[in-house]
Design a protein. Sequence first.
Length: 470
Amino acid sequence: MALKTVNLKVEDFMTTNPIAVDHKVSFPVAVSLMANKGIGNLIIKEGNKPSAILTEREILSYLVREGEIPIEPMRDILTQSFVSISPNETIFDAAKTMISKKKRLLVFENGKLVGIITASDLLRGFRKTAENPSLGNVISAKIYGCSYNDSIFKAIKMMYKKRIGSVIISKNDRPYGIFTERDLLLNVLTAKVDLTKRVGDYCSFPLVTEKIEIRGNDAARIMAVHKIKRLVLTKEGKIVAIVTARDIVDAFHTENKSVYDDELRNQLSIIQNTIELMKGKAKYGTYEKFRENLLTIENAVLKIADQRDGSRFSSTVKKYKKILVPYDSSEYSKRALNEAVEISKKFGSTLYLLTVIDISSVKPPGMLLGIAIGKEARKLITTLLESVSSKANLMLQSEMEVCKQKGVETYYEVVAGNVSDSILKFTKKKEIDLIVIGSRGLSGFRKIMALGSVSRKVSEEADCPILIVK
């Protein structure tokens, strides 16, 4: 029997008791746990509170940038933020949140983590409905591929640059299989395979394909049967597109939104008609107060109707509540700060100034190669870091006071680490809505706290809008 999405709750399809680790656990241990458990999401906790999620995408990213999984605690690793939802929400509402926020969903009840719900979980729910939406508006026609003999590193580098989760593998000029982020985790990292090995030896095959005309429920069923999250689509025998589990969730959400709006419109009509009848019976005597209450309810219903139709009661939520300016005192970062101040004044935003002390510019070459260094050298590094940090704090404090004088609420922070990673981590931690960054930074010795050429990388990986000031 087909069900309506309004009857399908998150608690019926979520994964209960999701696996989590403390933020002090090392990155390699976390990756190993994901591989051994065959999971694509690992929850990171600070104490008993979930703080972030490690996904296959971050693992791939570090492998491309650094060539290995760095031996660092998870608290220092760039991870993903999440959105909290209730187990009593419908799968339609969960899908809406997943698509609009573009984040993973953790399920909380009375402040306690009780589950996680993924795109695949949501599809299990949608498959129980009679709906079978078109996929025409959600499929991707951009197909990227590698040869069977190409290296694993070449494949993951392409996935990293194109920000995709898979590449098609061809052999003898014919489609052979698909290499995904999950293959990287389970087939490569678990067996400690060298990234120079042939990608074709570690991809998923045979390649599962369907015709481009396939619809949402049918595609979800095939994915479930083959235990895959990506389905390759063909036209006249040629690969023309690919659709993911999240894409299909989007299709179901769009289909349900129209039905949901119709139901809402119908319910509003029923409520308004009922109120009219009750008002007619409450015109006189002791019912006067009751009539006033009904008028209040009626006004509230009218406001809801107006909001749904997008007419009078438009959203008053301010755009760009939190703005980040990575700052190094260069001319370009000063221009970025001036621009950010003007935007903050317009939207009433809170401004954050961030200076990153680039540790790679401080460590001696031997230390970067993992060679032990003497106590004197370590002492010198510590002294230098403290000196730069002190100057950075004084610099930011001065800029903060100027911003406050202009009527902008401003905070600042100085951190040490990789510049781009630190900016991205700060952005997620503070839930920044806009980054305003200079296109260039300092040079020479002062480059220790410079932005350098990180603006492009930040613009490629940040989840929020970026304004690059020249």
